[in-house]
Ligand binder design. Sequence first.
Ligand code: ZN
Length: 683
Amino acid sequence: MLFTKFLLGMAFAAMLTTGAINAKTQKKEKVAEDVVVPEVTARRQTRNLGPQRMVSADLRWTDEQGIAHPLVGAKVNLHDPDVFSPNYYTDSTGHVEIIYDYYDYDQDLYLKVSAQNDTANIKVQTKQGVLYTYDFQVNIMIDDYIDYTFTTAVEGDFDRALNIYQAAYYYGMYAKQINYGTAMPMCSINWPGSTDEGCYYSYNSITISGKTAASGYPSSWASWDVIGHEYGHHVQRTKGITQNPGGTHYINTNNIDSQYSNGYTLETAKSRGHKLSWAEGWPTFWSTVAQSTFPADIRNISTVGDTRYTTYQGFWYELDTYGALTNGYARGSYGDADEIAIQSILYKLYSPTIDTYDKFAISAQTLFDIVCNDHSYTFTQFIQAMYNLGYDQNNIAKLLGQYRVIPTQINIENNYINFPATFSWSTYMGSSNLRFNSFDFVVLDSNLNQVFRVDNISCSVNTATYTPTESQWNQILALGTNYYVYVISKQTLSYVSGLYASERFEFAQPTEYLTGFDTVMTPSAWGFRQQYYFDGQSAVHTPDEHLTINSTRLRCGYIEQSYVVLSAKHNEAGHAYLSLEFNKPVYFYSFDIALWSDSEGINRNNAELVMQVKDEYGDWREEADFLNDYTLPTKDQGFLNYGVWDDDGIYGIRWLETAPATGTKNKGRIAFNNMLFHTALED
Ligand SMILES: [Zn+2]
C-alpha cells in the first residue's frame, strides 16, 4: 500500500506544479487527469479488492511561525449525506488510509477532518460547542489521495484550532502515559473565548481566551504553555490533587497577601492562598515537563520545549532558576503561597541538573505518583509527603530556602561556656501579613543524632529566638564537638501550615567564659503582695551581692502565686507601671512578658504598653512599644522572651501601661515571668 501511495503521490506532484493550494481545486484536477485511472485500476487488481477503494491523506497544520507539522492523531471519517464511516486517525506522520466499499456511499463523498482525538480524549470546539472540522470532497471513482497543509492564511480559524488541538493532543497523550495508560476524561477546549477574559478551566472544559496577544508574544491559540497549564488543571481535577478555590490569581506576589487585600479575612486568605498557589503552581510545572517529551518538530516551535512559561498576555518567566529571569515584570520569591516558587521548586526536584541548592533529580513519574498518592492540595502537604517517603529534609531545605519558603540562616549570640547562647532566625514566610509563629528547635550531635528537641516555641516577632536552658546547654557542652541546629517552622493561624525543616547549621563549642554575674529575679523574688495598689509603692531588693534594685510600682502585684502583673484597666485606674533602677550598669537584660488572658480588653487602639530604659546620663528612652510592635501572646500560649545586650549599660528599666479607666474588674493585665540582669565583673 505504501508503494501505491507513493506512485500516486508522484503522479500528483507532477500535476500540482501549477501551485494549486486549495483542496477542492486539487481534486478537480485529479478527476480530469487521465493518467490516474489506469494506475488505480492496476492497483485495484493488485489488491484484488473488488468494489473496494482507498482514500488516503497526508495532512499538516501550520504553526504561528509558518512552519508545517504533521497533523497527528486527528479523527477522520468518510461520509456522504447519510452514511458515516467508523473513525480513523492520522498517524504520527499525518497519514491516514481508509479502505471503503464504494457501494456504501453515494457520489457526494467527503473526508471529514476533526480537531478531535478519542484516545487522548480531546476535542476543540467553538464556545457554542461546534467541533472544528474540515471536509475534503473525495472522488469515489478512483483511489483518491489528499496531500494538504492547512494554513491560517487560507483556512483561518480551522488551522488555529488545529494548533490548539495538536497541543492538547500531546498533553493528553502524556497525561495518559504518566497515568499508567488510563486517559483523562474527555476535555472540551473552547476557542475563541471572550476578548476580555483570560484562559480558564472548569470541569472537563478549557476556554482559551479570544484576546489579542501582546506584541512579540504568541497568540492565545499558539500559547502552548498556557494550553498546557490549563490541561494540567484537568489532570489535577481528575486525580483529586487540588482544592482550587478559584477566582483570579496573581503571580509575583504572595497569594495570602493577594487574597487578604481582596477582602478575605486573614484566616480565609491563608487557606485560599495556600490552595491557590499549589493549584496554579503544579500545572505549569507539569506542562513544562510534558513538553520535554514532545516530538522534536513540536519542541522546536517557538516557546515550546523550553523551561520558560510564556503567555500571550505579554510576559514570560523562567522556572529553572533561583534568580529573577523574567520578561515583562520584576520577579521575587514569596514562599509557599507563591505559585512561581512552587512550580520552580517542583521543576528543580525534577531537573536532572544537580547544583549547590538542588540535590534532586526525581523522575516526572515519581513526582506525579507522590502527589497523586498523597492527594496533596497545598505545598505543605506535598513536602510532608516527601519527608514521609524519606527524601532528605536537609537537601529539601536547601531548595526551599532559595525561594524564601523558610529561613536560610540560624545565628548564635552570646556563645559562652558559662552562659547558654541564644539562637535566632527569621520568621519570614514570604507574606507581608503572616509570619511563621511556632517553631521546633532541634540540636544534633556531629553524627547527626538528636541531642534534644524543644517543640512549639511560639514567636510573634520578626526574629525568633531560643535560649537553651542550663541543662540543655550543658548537654551541648558535653558533646565536646561541633554540633548542628535546625528549626521546623510552622504557621498556626486557623490550621498548621509550614512544618518545613530548615537546613541544619553547624556550630562550634564556645571557647570563652562570660565574665560577669547574672542576677535572676523570679516573680516571687520581688516579695510583692497579691494586690493592685491604687497608690505608688516602693521597695529595695538585694537578691545577691552583685546587684541592688530599687522598685516603684503602681497597680502591680504578685498574682496567684505565679507572676508579677500590671493592671491598668479599672474604673479607678487607667495607669499602671513597674520601674526598676539599678546601683550599677546592666549590660544584658531579659524578661518574659505576656497578656494574662485573651480577654484583657486592651489593644493597640485603646491602650499602650511602652518600655523605657535609663541611660548612663539618667535619661529615659523608649525601647519598645509592645502593643504596637508585637502581638503579645497570652501566658497560656507561652511568654514572649525579650532580651537585649546594651554595650553602654542601662541603669534602669520601666514598663508603663495606660488603658481605659473603665470596669470594676482588674483588666489589662500584663504578666511578667523571670527577669535576668547581667552585670560585668569590673563594675
Ligand atoms: Zn490556572
